[in-house]
Design a protein around this ligand. Structure first.
Ligand SMILES: NC(=O)c1ccc[n+]([C@@H]2O[C@H](COP(=O)([O-])OP(=O)(O)OC[C@H]3O[C@@H](n4cnc5c(N)ncnc54)[C@H](OP(=O)(O)O)[C@@H]3O)[C@@H](O)[C@H]2O)c1
Length: 214
């Protein structure tokens, strides 16, 4: 059993990870500004802002695994990268493993690129998200090798608008976007969480990024 703090544990990705990790018996704490309407009974919910350094330090240093499920929007729109890297530094000092929910925009459309966010039909409204996710990925790749991190970039179709189901059957890839036989790149919230908690329990992507899709 691991002690896991999910920063942003009430959002779409975060609440799926909280639910999955708690269901597997881990000691899970969620940290976000507000409490959820339907909390996971076995999880602990703490409130605070990711912009409050001392509150973040307290929840990071008490964890063996720190999950960042924040989004680069709202009051984090221009500060997401800075906040995630501060969390990474705190995790490193605490000897905790860091797991970040990334974005599909940073995945390559083929082995030689470009990234999905550089393709012509990539929605303009997601470009700022993708820039933030790229920034975090680049910075994590340059961190001290002692920091044990991973980034899980979801498939292209992922989010509260398409929650899907828990199938337990998905493919795991690296830096290249995965598609199903119909050419769709998609993953449910539950299956993303399964892959995320699998990685916590059996680390196979140390200091690396991976993706999951059907
Ligand atoms: N296909 C894709 O590539 C794809 C699709 C969707 C999401 N994503 C990525 O997945 C990650 C998570 O996205 P999401 O859709 O799950 O986000 P979300 O539903 O908006 O959840 C964000 C979480 O962060 C918390 N939060 C926001 N601002 C905060 C602050 N200042 N202090 C503390 N907590 C704060 C929110 O709770 P409070 O508001 O209560 O604080 C919530 O728990 C993002 O990096 C996003 O880009 C990727």
């Amino acid at each position: 059993m691991a002690t896991i703090t999910v920063i942003g544990g009430t959002g779409y990705a975060g609440r799926n990870i909280v639910r999955e990790a708690a269901a597997r018996g881990h000691d899970v704490t969620s940290f976000s500004r507000t409490l959820p309407d339907t909390p996971v009974p076995a999880a602990t919910y703490l409130t605070g802002s990711a912009l409050d350094g001392s509150a973040v330090a307290a929840v990071v240093t008490s964890a063996q695994v720190v999950v960042v499920a924040l989004a680069p929007s709202g009051d984090l729109e221009d500060r997401y990268e800075e906040v995630v890297l501060d969390i990474a530094a705190l995790a490193g000092e605490a000897g905790a493993r860091l797991g970040v929910v990334g974005g599909a925009g940073t995945l390559l459309v083929g082995p030689d690129g470009p990234s999905l966010s550089e393709t012509p039909d990539y929605p303009a409204e997601y470009l700022s998200y993708s820039r933030a996710a790229h920034g975090v990925l680049r910075a994590l790749r340059s961190t001290d090798p002692a920091l044990d991190w991973f980034v899980l970039s979801p498939a292209r179709e992922f989010g509260a608008y398409a929650p899907g189901e828990a199938t337990g059957r998905f493919r795991v890839g690296g830096d290249v976007l995965l598609h199903d036989d119909e050419g769709r790149s998609r993953i449910s919230g539950a299956d993303l969480a399964t892959a995320f908690v699998d990685e916590i329990e059996s680390p196979t992507h140390r200091r690396g990024r991976f993706t999951v899709a059907y």
